[in-house]
Structures are given as C-alpha cells and as structure tokens.
Design a binder for this molecule. Structure first.
Ligand code: C2E
Ligand code: CA
Ligand code: CA
Length: 277
C-alpha cells in the first residue's frame, strides 16, 4: 500500500498535493485573466525626500478578484515565471503603463512611470522586439518611461542583456536596477552596469535605524553611485527617521508607505496633482 510511503514517486499525500493543485489552479486562472486583459496596475509615487514632491511613479501589477479584492504580485509572479506566462503578463503591464503615461500627460502630469520586467523577458529576442515596437508605436516620449529589472545571475553572465538595456537607454528609456544590494548584484559590477538608476533594496532601508552596518552599506552604495553617476532611489521608506537618515547620506529620492502606498490610477492622478510644484 502506498499510504505514508514517501519514497514511492507515484504517491502524493494530500498534504503534498494541495500546493501543487493550488498552483496549477492559479496558473489556469491567470491564463484566463491574461486572455481577458483583466490585470490592473496600481501606481506608487517616488518622491523627493527633501520636499515630498512627486519624482515619478512605479506601476505594480494587481490581479482583481470577483469579490473586489486583489491578489498581490508576490503570490503570482513566481507562478507566472515558472508557468511561462511572465512575458505576456509583462507586456500587458507595459501596455497599461504606456496608456497611463498618456493619461497623465493629458492631466498635465509629466513624470516618468516605471514598469517591472522579469529578467526572463530580456532573454527572449521576440519579447524584446515587441517591447521596442510597443514603445515606439505608443508615440510617447521615451524619457517618460522607465524599466525596472532585478540584477540576476543571468545578467552577470550575458553581455546580451546589458546590450539590450543599453539600447533602451539610447532610446531615452530609463533603466533601474531593482533591489540593488541583494542577490547577485555585486558592488564591483557597478562599474559596467547598463543602467541609469539603482534602487536600494528596502531590506537595507528597513534595518538602517537599528544597524550601523546597514547604514554603512547604504552609504557605500550612495558613494559608488555618485562616483559612477547613477541616480539612486531608496525603496520601502516607512519612517521619517529613515527619510532623514537617507537625506543625510545624500540620497534624494525615495519611495515607500511614508509617502504613499501603491494607488489605483485615478487616486494616483489626484496624488500627483497635490504633490507637484
Ligand atoms: P518591487 O519591484 O520591489 O516593488 C516594490 C514592492 O514593495 C511593492 O509590492 C510595493 O507595494 C512594496 N512597498 C512599497 N512601499 C513599501 C514600504 O514602505 N514598505 C514595504 N514593506 N513594502 C513597500 P508589490 O506591489 O506587492 O510587488 C511585489 C513585487 O512583485 C515587486 O517588487 C516586483 O518585483 C514584482 N512585480 C510587481 N509588478 C510586476 C510586473 O508587472 N511584472 C513583474 N515581472 N514583476 C512585478
Ligand atoms: Ca520594482
Ligand atoms: Ca524593489
């Protein structure tokens, strides 16, 4: 009898099976959401730490549910990546982002909006070409668009990705390295990153108040960024103490709950109108 026999590959206990089925069900529903174009974006402001004024937006995907709630991306981005849906998802978000830039322009708000690209996207030549075509077809000023990508092991290994990021920058599109300081990004690598901006990961910002080590890491990232002319955005700023510390260290732009959570587009427009000079 297979019961309780975990070494039998044909046996899945209920416990083992549930997450797999759940993931499969999510993937099926996500496939449907993409077919229906029903994913939404929220916008989170990036602000000048000194004045609190708007410095840009980041578009973050949201998956609306029948009951009016939203599933957060951490719960489905990894599933989309493993299930082969991330490229399509990211293109739909790019499309929404381009439309939103248009809408902001119509409201007189001329601020850059960033979208997130999975590193997997940049490996896929047809995906990259579709991205370029969508950007040029939209007719928006490319300097109002920014791409955020986490530095992955892949990027250290393949010059191709740097070339693509450089190509975007040559068009005028901003390139931000997301979650900088974690994972595969090494400080030595900073000298030849094809990027205009580094986003300091929120785990460092979070620890700054308790740990002088975290302060030193942030300080070092900021010094290197100045040396190599990168703009810097601090993620996850939640307290005024963090804001002041960052300012003292020479960081001028931040993003986080202290200023605003990600907002539905209409609310973000209102926010922008109240936080522009
Ligand atoms: P991320 O790019 O690092 O985005 C920032 C995340 O931090 C967002 O979570 C945001 O809501 C959250 N956040 C903002 N301010 C604060 C703060 O002050 N404190 C804390 N604790 N958190 C804060 P969200 O929207 O759940 O997104 C999670 C991740 O999902 C993103 O991390 C990004 O890596 C990924 N993601 C989101 N949208 C997309 C997308 O369209 N495509 C891809 N490929 N990935 C996406
Ligand atoms: Ca991001
Ligand atoms: Ca981040």
């Amino acid at each position: 009898q297979a019961r309780e026999n975990r070494s039998n590959p044909l046996f899945f206990s209920h416990y083992d099976q549930a997450p797999i089925l759940e993931r499969y069900a999510l993937l099926t529903r996500l496939r449907q959401a993409l077919d229906d174009h029903s994913l939404d974006i929220f916008l989170q402001p990036k602000v000048e730490l000194e004045t609190g004024l708007l410095a840009g937006f980041e578009a973050l995907v949201r998956w609306p549910q029948a009951d009016g709630s939203y599933i957060r991306p951490d719960q489905f981005i990894p599933i989309a990546e493993h299930g082969g849906l991330i490229g399509e998802l990211d293109l739909q978000v790019l499309d929404k982002t381009l439309q939103t830039i248009q809408l902001l322009q119509e409201q007189g708000i001329h601020t850059p909006v960033a979208f997130n690209a999975s590193p997997l996207d940049l490996f896929e030549p047809s995906h990259f070409e579709t991205m370029l075509r969508m950007i040029s077809d939209s007719g928006i000023n490319p300097t109002l668009l920014e791409l955020e990508v986490t530095e992955s092991r892949a990027m250290e290994e393949y010059d191709m990705i740097s070339e693509r990021l450089q190509q975007l920058m040559d068009m005028g599109v901003g390139v931000s390295i997301d979650d900088f300081g974690t994972g595969y990004s090494s400080l030595g690598h900073i000298t030849h990153l094809a990027a205009s901006t580094l986003k300091i990961d929120r785990s460092f910002v979070f620890r700054m108040e308790e740990s002088t080590d975290a302060v030193h890491v942030v300080d070092m990232i900021l010094r290197l960024s100045r040396r190599f002319s990168f703009k810097v955005v601090a993620e996850g700023v939640e307290t005024d103490t963090q804001r002041k510390l960052l300012l003292e260290l020479g960081c001028s732009i931040g993003q986080g709950y202290l200023f605003s959570p990600p907002l539905p587009v209409n609310d973000a427009v209102d926010w922008a109108l109240h936080h522009s000079s």
